[in-house]
Design a protein around this ligand. Structure first.
Ligand code: VG1
Ligand code: CO
Length: 542
């Protein structure tokens, strides 16, 4: 086996988005495409000679080939050891956990998260740093710059394929490859955080649950933890076998793409609790019998009840949320005297706050919640946190929500996604909205108190990020946020985020779409959605 320097030329557009580089599988299968990006990652890093790299993915189509490619390149570039999940699998939070538990130099995660998989679907890759979290913009910018001037990549000549199916160690061109159980470290970490005995008792007493793994990576984790360690009856986990094309589905845990679960939870045969996770296991959707928990509310409820969870008792210092996430959690932080941080969209912006102990819990409106236990959002963690709280409070999801709103008021919130739009037209909409002289104007009966494009300065390292989404805030506290998705691979996705606070408990039982109807009408008019795109109906409503 010898190291080979393969001449190559740059590909345009290898720019990491909100969460790594995501493209159609066909793009990734072009000769040298993946190799170029991986070499650009290695070229932007310093000091990894002899160190450990963690590699794994969500199991989607092309995962196995990509893992083999990366193993050879890691060896040729001088890593000392690679830890890889069996069958090339690692959920995103588990990868973060493994990086931290084994003090690795960093990790490469193969996933396009909630985007569909298969030969016609999406593929993705991202680099995570030694703290376990997604690379900050400084590194992703360096990677992108490196992709633009690349002239060679390093790999091994005549190296055998590594058998990923069996746990154990092998040598690959002088580098050790360790195939690990993808669940073990993660499950052990969960045991340290939650009152497992109380959750076990809940199931023993007949509590029922349905967890939809959507044929994605959380299947093995959910089987092992929910049905294994916690004793939930077999069948609690559905769609629990990871498939390369996610069974043809769209592994996005929301009311549209996890419709079967949503229908089950709204019907008369609903179990007590329902949850789903996404392709790579970092998202979660939480449902009770007959009730959907908006992710922004979920974050607020977890924060308000964190003291009931052993891993967080007495050590809550602060919370953080992405800018478009509702301000429900801010009200909890204010009452408790915790710090509360507002960051741009994407988990990479939480890393410095978590490292510095300035935030304990954090979350995003996009079904993402997590804490300082790892440096990624964590779907199953959120499910276990809810189970712990349900067990400790001996209440249903519906009661917990109603109590929360009673104590803190309700922040009505909804996100409308308009997918598959013409990219140029979507950019024009953003430019027009940015330039519109809205400040001081009255829109739909509300006076505009703030209109800007969100910019962020990291309080820990001082790094800055601009253009993170247009905010329109009204004098009465209502708010509209508009941004374009940075994770799609086709056309543009426009996201409209709507929010209004309601202190009056008598008004808490309304449907969010009804409670927000005037704000929805305001933003549709203002952006002339129908004129621009022929329709103003969203693809997905959360
Ligand atoms: C979306 C979400 C964002 C999330 C990101 C990655 O980004 O809005 O909150 O962090 O996906 O999630 P965007 O740019 O499309 O709005 V995942 O589960 O793809 O790693
Ligand atoms: Co994800």
């Amino acid at each position: 086996v010898t190291v080979l320097e393969v001449p190559t030329t740059p590909f345009a557009g290898q720019k990491p988005g909100t969460s790594g580089l995501r493209k159609k599988v066909g793009v990734f299968r072009q000769p040298h495409y993946l190799e170029n990006f991986v070499q650009a990652v290695f070229d932007s890093l310093d000091g990894f000679q002899g160190q450990t790299l963690v590699v794994g993915g969500d199991g989607r189509f092309h995962n196995r080939e990509a893992v083999q490619t990366i193993l050879k390149m890691a060896a040729a570039n001088g890593f000392g050891r690679v830890l890889v999940g069996r069958d090339g699998l690692l959920s995103t939070p588990a990868a973060s956990c493994v990086i931290r538990a084994h003090k690795a130099f960093g990790g490469i995660i193969l996933s396009a998260s909630h985007n569909p998989g298969g030969p016609e679907g999406d593929f993705g890759i991202k680099y995570n740093i030694g703290a376990g979290g997604p690379a900050p913009e400084k590194i992703t910018d360096a990677i992108f710059a490196a992709t633009a001037s690349l002239s060679r990549y390093r790999t091994l000549e005549n190296a055998p394929e590594v058998d990923l199916g069996r746990i154990g160690e092998t040598d690959l061109g002088g580098m050790r490859v360790v195939v690990i159980d993808p669940v073990a470290d993660y499950a052990a970490l969960m045991e340290t955080l939650f009152d497992m005995e109380a959750i076990r008792r809940l199931f023993r007493d007949g509590f029922t649950m349905c967890f939809d793994a959507m044929h994605a990576v959380t299947g093995p984790y959910a089987h092992a933890i929910l049905e294994g360690r916690l004793g939930a009856p077999a069948g609690t986990v559905i769609n629990g076998t990871p498939l390369e094309d996610f069974g043809g589905g769209h592994p996005d845990p929301n009311l549209t793409y996890a419709k079967d679960l949503a229908d089950l939870m709204m019907g008369d045969r609903a179990p007590d609790f329902g949850a789903a996770s996404d392709g790579d296991g970092d998202r979660n959707m939480i449902l009770g019998r007959g009730v959907f928990v908006n992710p922004s509310d979920s974050l607020a409820v977890l924060a308000a009840n964190a003291e009931l969870i052993p891993g967080y008792r007495g050590r809550m210092t602060g919370v953080a949320r992405s800018m478009p996430t509702s301000r429900a959690v801010d009200r909890v932080a204010a009452k408790r005297g915790w710090e509360c941080h507002e960051t741009p969209t994407g988990w990479k912006f939480f890393g410095t706050l978590l490292d510095a102990g300035r935030a304990t819990l954090c979350g995003e409106e996009s079904f993402g919640t997590g804490s300082d236990h790892v440096r990624e959002k964590d779907g199953l963690w959120a499910v276990l946190a809810w189970l712990n709280i349900i067990a400790a409070r001996a209440q249903t999801v519906r009661q917990i929500l109603a109590d929360h709103w009673g104590n803190y008021g309700r922040t009505f919130y909804s996100r409308h996604d308009h997918e598959g739009l013409d990219a140029a037209k979507a950019e024009a909409l953003m430019a027009d909205l940015r330039a519109a002289p809205l400040l001081g104007q009255t829109l739909g009966g509300r006076k505009v108190a703030l209109h800007d494009d969100f910019a962020y300065t990291d309080p820990i390292d001082g790094s800055t990020s601009q253009g993170q989404g247009i905010r329109i805030e009204f004098e009465d506290g209502a708010r509209i946020v508009v941004r374009l998705s940075g994770t799609g691979t086709e056309g543009a996705t426009l996201r409209l985020y709507l929010e209004r606070f309601e202190p009056d408990p008598a008004a808490h039982d309304q449907d969010a779409q009804v409670a927000l109807a005037d704000l929805i009408a305001t933003i549709r008019d203002l952006t002339r959605l129908k004129d621009r795109f022929g329709s103003e109906d969203p693809t997905v409503i959360t």
